[in-house]
Design a protein around this ligand. Sequence first.
Ligand SMILES: NC(=O)c1ccc[n+]([C@@H]2O[C@H](COP(=O)([O-])OP(=O)(O)OC[C@H]3O[C@@H](n4cnc5c(N)ncnc54)[C@H](OP(=O)(O)O)[C@@H]3O)[C@@H](O)[C@H]2O)c1
Length: 352
Amino acid sequence: MPTQAVNPAVAALADRLAQLPTGQRPEGFLILGGGYSGLRLGRALAAAGVPVQLTHRTRRRQRDGSTVTVAARSAEDAGRLRWLPFNGDPIGLEGLVHPETVTHLLSTIPPDGNGEDPALTALGNQLEHLPLRWVGYLSTTGVYGDRQGGWVDETSDTSRCRQRSEARVQSERAWLARGWPLQRFRLPGIYGPGRCPFDNLRQSRARLIHKPGQVFSRIHVDDIAGAVLHNLLLSPEQRPAVLNVADDAPCPSSETLAYAAHLLGLGLPPFERLEEVADSLSPMARSFWEENRRVSNRLLCQTLGYRLIHPTYREGFRASLTEEQGNEALAGKDQGRRQSSGLPASAGPSRS
Ligand SMILES: NC(=O)c1ccc[n+]([C@@H]2O[C@H](COP(=O)([O-])OP(=O)(O)OC[C@H]3O[C@@H](n4cnc5c(N)ncnc54)[C@H](OP(=O)(O)O)[C@@H]3O)[C@@H](O)[C@H]2O)c1
């Protein structure tokens, strides 16, 4: 797989972090859940020279209840990222290298179907033996529940959250109870390369659904990495226990879809009123439409001085499209190299 470029602003933050004096810089970073957000941060840290170990699953449960096996990953990105298989069972992490240097830990793993936190349930006691100076947990702004379009900030209560987010509130509490120096990052809808409406528009699968007054907040994946790194450059006393990481432009999904279509030069799908099509949506999709709130980033951007890389979906969509096109070009070149070397085009890690 071609090496992914790290956003220059994220790279600059990671470089500054790696150059802090001993005792302040991370000696080793463990990312539980090297998925979309975890891998983005991991790549930036590794490019700056921080040793990074990430977990991924080698078994995944399908919607129909069956289980698929995924090959264990080895070195990726020129060997700078070390992968550990972790399927949520207690035998994980025996492959951890130099545990005595793991000073920083980020968990991106969501609660499981039983409402348990797989990382803490399986690994909590093993993690206690690491010399952790900082622990981060990626949570969701779903914990604030429906606010009928009103603003939420870090002081907003979590007692109104829907059932789906109750497990998340429990996970946050379970991480807190461990007594580590913990920061909880609450995220709205995450987007970025591969998670924009472009493919759905191209394949006529996008839907223009409208509910009057409904907005969604969102964040580009690079700003998740950027916000985490920015926080790590603050002194421990300055780091808030809870931080919302959202962009400046909560808005209707019809607005973001229209902008994506504009970038591609495509027309929009037919207009559908939510109340007329709600029955055709999955329970998960319906539950998103039942929550309407604007997430404030005042603490992150004003008090803590973080400068968003993508202040709105407009910059974020443009950057994502450019990156997707660049990745396609790189993948094409990579395939050409594999074919000319006699290797199958599918060889190697498949994660984007
Ligand atoms: N997507 C959104 O719009 C959104 C919005 C708000 C909050 N969040 C939350 O923010 C966090 C990061 O989001 P993301 O989109 O980067 O997540 P993601 O791509 O789905 O990554 C999650 C990671 O957790 C691992 N994982 C999941 N369940 C596991 C289990 N039972 N046992 C072991 N490992 C498990 C996954 O393993 P594999 O790599 O093997 O898949 C993956 O590495 C997640 O907790 C997510 O729920 C997401």
